[in-house]
Design a protein. Structure first.
Length: 142
């Protein structure tokens, strides 16, 4: 079953999500730095010191990837949709207001979106995006 957020619920959850997003971005940046270093080191013959540095970098890479995996899983378990790590774009699924179209009640899918790691609260006027497809159709009584 889908999880839907109100603005107050999203604001409360944002306090938990924001630090995970910051760590996720930092880990992603560190992985991007380590990968070419590891590839270069694997192609060269080096000393014992070189081998130790390679092992440290590989270990750090594995830890960063594990933290990223855990953060993404936690965000998903909370029912929040991660859209972009770099900008910190996340969506909080929300139910919109129903309206009658073509003899049936259409309930829009809406999201409360936060598009910046520095944004620490949501407001109805700036963050709710209504999307009219897909919709849930509820037959109306005639």
């Amino acid at each position: 079953m889908a999880r839907y957020f109100g603005i107050d619920e999203a604001n409360e959850r944002l306090a938990d999500v924001a630090p995970l997003l910051e760590q996720l971005k930092a880990d992603r940046d560190r992985v991007a730095e380590l990968q070419p270093e590891i590839e270069r080191a694997q192609k060269s013959n080096g000393s014992a010191e070189h081998a130790e540095e390679l092992a440290r970098n590989q270990h750090e890479l594995r830890l960063a990837v594990r933290r990223m995996h855990q953060a993404v899983n936690q965000i998903d378990e909370w029912g929040v949709t991660l859209r972009d790590i770099n900008t910190g774009l996340i969506d909080f699924p929300a139910e919109g207001t129903a309206r009658v179209l073509d003899g049936a009640t259409k309930v829009p899918v809406a999201t409360l979106s936060v598009s910046s790691l520095s944004a620490m609260s949501l407001s109805a006027s700036s963050t709710i995006r209504h999307v009219w497809g897909p919709t849930v159709t509820v037959p109306t009584s005639q």
